[in-house]
Design a protein around this ligand. Structure first.
Ligand SMILES: [Zn+2]
Length: 557
């Protein structure tokens, strides 16, 4: 084993003068392992060093064993994937993906676990483009394009297959020996540090996104044809003669702590305030990303046992409400309903159709026209309309509200939000919260305009929260167990008209809205709000249980 890099001063004829460097395959593997270990994994190294040096006592040898261990693991990894013939294409791909993961980690503190991979795959092109800015382009040129170019100029000299295998085995043996040495000496330190800093291992590039990507692809390809499960085939309307209109507003990226209802010092709820909504101040989300939270909140599954694969293949509460005889409409101004609306009539807001849209996005006011049209053409006694907002989706918060709704300034009018001041960022975000509040107030106004004999009600809930630079964290999508509360504490409120026969002002006032609740309650609360009796209903999970006059217990399991 003699890994060496050699500059080709006079390129050989058979290399067509294309290569500037020659190196052995082993030298290439060691070089890549060092590059990934010491450059691409800077966030992991920083986290590991911080965790170790913050201990009361720590050994310097343990500290320096971390990069050694990582490089050895990477040597094993690159030995496996550096297959003759496709060595370069594989490494081009890894360099591009890894640089993108490094950018996300350095700038937003995100890690690419399963739900982040899912969220990334389900992101539409407009959403993806909103991350594009000069800093990202410069970063990718430096960390993806340049390494790819350099790699294209390296000629990797592979020996005869037999010799190559022997040489590779020696390299692997040396790596395993070093790993064994580290483990034998520092096993207890690694176990303790790992246990107290579980997020660290999720930060290692490329292992994090490759293992999550593999699991996601496996679920999509292998298990996509699982049988559809009906959780209740006989949901019914508890009182079919009652005329009722329910609007469910699914918020996007609204975090509770920036709601004045939550005690926030700024008035970000000035529009709905006059409508007397009942706010629940202790609600946690199911996930930290849309692709998890939206399907989860409508699913009978809970945060504890949620599987997107299962939720995609069984009835959700919207299905049950429709099946009971309700006229359901889903109106989407986001990147889709994440398979929740697959079996109900759906309107996707056309981003090119009105002055409220810029061709890629629409302000949430675009949801109001289809709502108005639906309310003017009610066809059944029980109607449910879901409005899926664009809300406070980042990083381009400044594109979420029209200029006249710029209540707080100066704002951060760019997508590389980490380069804005904290004040600018929070101002911009608060403008999105206030604008969403305006939209919800408009929805309530539309409902109020309906005849008095119709029960009118609204439930608003956000899918997840957002980090706005606190402790260097931005956006959302962190692994749930490590996510800051800002990403999991969500606003939820319910409004009912003053003549509402079941959800009366008295019962709303008597609700205990400070109890710890979660998205798990949405499924059951929507059943009771819309007056649907189902064997799946659980009183203990219903936020409005004390308001009910209908008796679900007869049909309960
Ligand atoms: Zn979301």
């Amino acid at each position: 084993m003699n890994p060496t890099f050699k500059l080709s001063k006079q390129p050989q004829e058979n290399t067509k003068k294309r290569f500037y460097f020659n190196c052995s395959a082993n030298a290439f593997i060691i070089f890549m392992a060092c590059y990934y270990g010491l450059v691409i994994n800077i966030p992991f190294m920083h986290g590991a060093f911080s965790a170790i040096t913050s201990l009361h006592t720590f050994s310097w040898l343990f500290l320096f064993s971390v990069p050694l261990l990582l490089i050895c693991l990477l040597i094993i990894f690159f030995s496996v994937v550096s297959i003759r013939g496709i060595l370069k294409p594989i490494n081009y791909l890894l360099l591009v993906l890894s640089s993108a993961a490094l950018y996300g980690s350095l700038n937003y503190g995100v890690v690419f676990d399963y739900s982040m991979i899912q969220n990334t795959v389900e992101t539409d092109s407009s959403e993806a483009l909103s991350y594009l800015n000069l800093q990202l382009v410069g970063f990718l040129l430096l960390f993806a394009a340049l390494p790819v170019f350099i790699l294209s100029r390296i000629k990797i000299n592979c020996a005869r297959p037999y010799k190559e295998v022997i040489s590779r085995l020696k390299l692997l043996l040396a790596s395993f020996a070093l790993i064994a040495l580290v483990v034998v000496n520092f096993y207890a330190d690694y176990a303790a540090t790992g246990r107290n800093n579980r997020i660290l291992k999720k930060e290692i590039i490329p292992f994090q996104y490759l293992s999550s990507g593999y699991k996601y692809a496996r679920d999509q390809l292998l298990y996509s044809d699982i049988e559809f499960k009906n959780i209740d085939t006989t949901p019914t309307l508890a009182s079919p003669s009652t005329t009722r209109v329910t609007v469910i507003v699914v918020g996007e990226t609204a975090r509770a702590e920036n709601f004045s209802y939550q005690g926030y010092e700024r008035n970000t709820n000035q529009y709905t305030q006059k409508h007397n909504v009942t706010y629940f101040d202790n609600v946690s989300s199911c996930g930290t990303a849309t692709a998890v939270s939206v399907p989860c909140m409508f699913s009978l599954q809970t945060h504890a046992n949620f599987s997107r694969l299962d939720s995609d293949n069984q009835q959700n509460v919207i299905d049950l409400i429709q099946q009971a005889g309700t006229d359901v409409l889903w109106v989407d101004n986001n990147s889709g309903c994440k398979n929740v609306c697959t079996r109900v009539p759906t309107i996707n807001i056309d981003t090119k159709a009105s002055e409220l849209c810029d061709g890629k996005y629409c302000f949430d006011e675009a949801l109001l026209a289809p709502l108005k049209h639906k309310l003017a053409n009610l066809s059944q006694a029980n109607t449910v309309i879901v409005l899926h907002m664009m809300g406070s989706h980042g990083p381009t918060y400044f594109k979420r509200y029209p200029e006249k709704f710029k209540q707080f300034s100066p704002t951060c009018d760019r997508s590389d939000i980490q380069n804005c001041s904290a004040e600018e960022l929070v101002n911009t975000y608060d403008n999105t919260i206030a604008y969403s509040d305006f939209i919800n107030a408009q929805v309530i106004e539309q409902l109020k305009a309906l005849p008095a004999n119709i029960d009118k009600q609204l439930l608003y809930v956000s899918d997840h929260g957002e980090s706005l630079g606190e402790n260097g964290a931005y956006l959302h999508g962190f692994p749930y167990a490590f996510a800051p509360t800002a990403q999991t504490h969500v606003p939820l409120y319910i409004w009912a008209d003053e003549h509402n026969q079941r959800i009366t002002a008295k019962c709303l006032n008597n609700l205990n809205s400070t109890l710890a609740q979660s998205h798990d309650a949405i499924f059951h609360t929507l059943l009771s709000l819309t007056g649907v009796a189902s064997k799946t209903y659980q009183t203990s999970e219903d936020l409005l249980a004390s308001c009910q006059t209908i008796n679900h217990s007869e049909t309960k399991i």
